[in-house]
Design a protein around this ligand. Sequence first.
Ligand SMILES: [Fe+2]
Length: 278
Amino acid sequence: MLKPIGLSHGHYECRSLAETLPIFTEILALEVRERTNGQAVLKHPNTDWLLVVHEGGPDARNKPHNNHYGFRVAHHEEIEGAWKYLEANKQKYGIKMVTKPHEAHFAYSVYFKEPGGNDLEIEYYNPRAAEHGRAIAAPHWKTTLVEERFPGRGYVPQAMTHGTLQCDEKAPSDKFYEQVLGLKIVGGGRQSSYIRHPSTPWYIVVLPGRQREHLAPVNRFTLKVATADEVEQAHREFKSNGANLGITEVWDLEQKNGQISFIFSDLDRNWWEVTATV
Ligand SMILES: [Fe+2]
């Protein structure tokens, strides 16, 4: 089993960085930390989970709705504000669709389609839900991002809270996340599971799907382990015994920029990466 020290990155494919980066910086309050040819590393000031955005070109396909990322605001009324701002600015940003604010149990959110082929969510989550055992409702930020840092929109995204995956069947996938990946199930319902690393608040919502479209490996989550040895050991184990663990594909070890890593696919054909600093 992996012993991750963190869920460190999400990797996300868009069509054009020129089109999609303004969505993250001007609508979701992320900052560009690194930009190289065809790739950018983004970070929300309140979230240590990095988002690596890959430029896939004009043929990169649309991703299913249940492979979105979500960003949380501090107040219920900011969702109406976000909806109005998105509607008023959708042409400017090439946004294809904005949903009306949608109320769910404890949550209130608006979804939109960015021009790079992905759905994104701005949500409010009632913090009192934490008292009802919903760990994901617990605060995702220590310091509130003040409106001066993100003025004139009518809402302030306070954190990048979640990514989303689809599985084929809940029970075997839950078992895989805990027993192979070393993550923790922290909530969910009859169908959904919320998984995360125990030391950080961000999480992945997993929902069973029928007639799934499998993602390309460029859409994946990265687990960080403590040592390069652990990466090599996991690679050996997944190569030799992967089929018994539910691993469906293992790529070669790669070493670059002071990191050792490899990419693999799980029982649902979702993609993960294990990495450590060398
Ligand atoms: Fe969501």
